[in-house]
Design a binder for this molecule. Structure first.
Ligand SMILES: [Zn+2]
Length: 247
């Protein structure tokens, strides 16, 4: 990369380092995933600040000690994500999936920033469901919920799907390796299939009861560690214990 980069990006992780500095992970459709240092970010002096989930046009510069933040033209701060524990935990999971998956594809940038925009106004569990299902599909880590990814058989209308722990995907009844421990009922499967046929933003208009949405949310959280090949540390802390406990 050049010594200076300018482009659209979003802060997807922010950690305190030393007394006053922060280490930011930027996700950019043009320069990918980059760790940069924001010097003096914790001081109240006039310095360029880029809080977590700030999206904008960033200028970063490479010095002897790595990339640093020079300037930012803010588009959105996604501030209200920080006001709610559930929203902030869900946004951390989204970041974790991007960082752990090491994918900086421009299509994923759109999915990620759309999901953060939606988190500000829409039901948090619904946004989580739509992000996870579109993310896994984009990474080639899920089936299409029309036919079994293991044996290829088309699902019957009333078929309850099982799960393959080896493949990390929902499968037909015959290919189930978990004795029905992770069942996916026909109406939930239809919802996920329709979601994948539509884009993430469009699928927010799919009508679903709160109880059904919650069941699908819990199903995806339970199956995610099987489906996603990396370790998701964001699922090991915070509110997820209580969410897992509800399953
Ligand atoms: Zn099968």
């Amino acid at each position: 990369m050049d010594r200076e980069q300018k482009g659209l990006a979003i802060v997807i992780r922010s950690m305190n380092i030393r007394e006053n500095d922060r280490l930011l992970t930027l996700f950019s459709p043009s320069f990918g995933l980059v760790d940069i240092v924001s010097y003096g970010a914790r001081k109240s002096i006039r310095t360029v600040k880029a809080p977590l989930y700030t999206e904008g046009n960033f200028s970063i510069e490479k010095g002897r000690r790595g990339w640093t933040l020079k300037d930012i033209d803010v588009i959105s701060t996604h501030e209200c994500i920080h006001d709610d524990l559930m929203r902030s935990q869900i946004a951390m999971l989204f970041s974790d999936l991007v960082i752990t998956g090491r994918n900086a594809d421009p299509a994923l940038y759109t999915l990620y920033t759309d999901a953060l925009d939606l988190l500000e106004t829409e039901d948090a569990e619904k946004v989580a469901v739509e992000f996870i299902v579109h993310f896994l599909s984009g990474e080639g880590l899920s089936g299409d919920y029309c036919s079994c990814p293991v044996c290829g058989r088309g699902y019957g209308d009333g078929e309850i799907l099982g799960f393959s722990s080896a493949e990390g995907v929902a499968v037909c009844h015959d290919c189930d390796t978990m004795d029905g421990a992770l069942p996916l009922p026909p109406n939930a499967r239809a919802y996920l299939r329709r979601s994948l046929e539509m884009g993430m933003r469009e699928s927010m208009s799919l009508l679903v009861s709160e109880a059904q949405e919650h069941r699908i949310f819990r199903y995806l959280l339970r199956t995610l560690p099987y489906s996603f090949p990396g370790r998701l540390r964001s699922l090991e802390y915070g509110i997820w214990d209580s969410v897992q406990g509800m399953i």
